[in-house]
Write a new protein. Structure first.
Length: 148
């Protein structure tokens, strides 16, 4: 008799548990999400598409050929005023750099170092002039900043 009573109680508990578990009468409410802006989200959490730049290193420029259509840095020539900044964004899957001068004649004015994919480099130009730059890893990549 004890076995039957014990099995009867376990059966009732199981049925009640299943009814509660599979009950669909109540719609779960989503948790409120706090409002945020790009300014309040740390840069490491912003999506890759949110990084804004003046000059972009697009995909596949680590392969020769982008220089034929002048699309290694877009735009390859940018004109700004004295005191303004230029931000370069690496949208390629390869490392790139923004280094002053030319591949065979670098100048020690600025060097971004290697930029990881979707990393940015910003430089402020305080003097007028024409500043040529290139990628130390891909010699066909060249660009120019004209500061007026």
């Amino acid at each position: 008799m004890k076995k039957i009573t014990t099995l009867y109680i376990i059966g009732i508990i199981t049925i009640v548990a299943l009814v509660v578990a599979f009950s669909t009468d109540v719609d779960p409410q989503p948790e409120p999400v706090p409002e945020s802006t790009a300014d309040s989200v740390p840069e490491i959490f912003q999506s890759e598409s949110e990084i804004q730049g003046d000059v972009v290193m697009p995909t596949k420029v680590s392969r020769p050929g982008c220089e034929k259509e002048d699309k290694c840095y877009i735009p390859s020539i940018i004109t700004i005023s004295v005191g303004e900044s230029v931000t370069w964004v690496n949208e390629d899957s390869a490392f790139h750099s923004v280094t002053s001068g030319f591949y065979d004649a670098p100048i020690d004015l600025f060097d971004s170092g290697y930029l990881d994919p979707f990393e940015a480099y910003t430089l402020t130009f305080d003097e007028s002039g024409t500043f040529d730059y290139f990628c130390t890893l891909h010699p066909w990549m060249e660009g120019q900043v004209i500061v007026e």
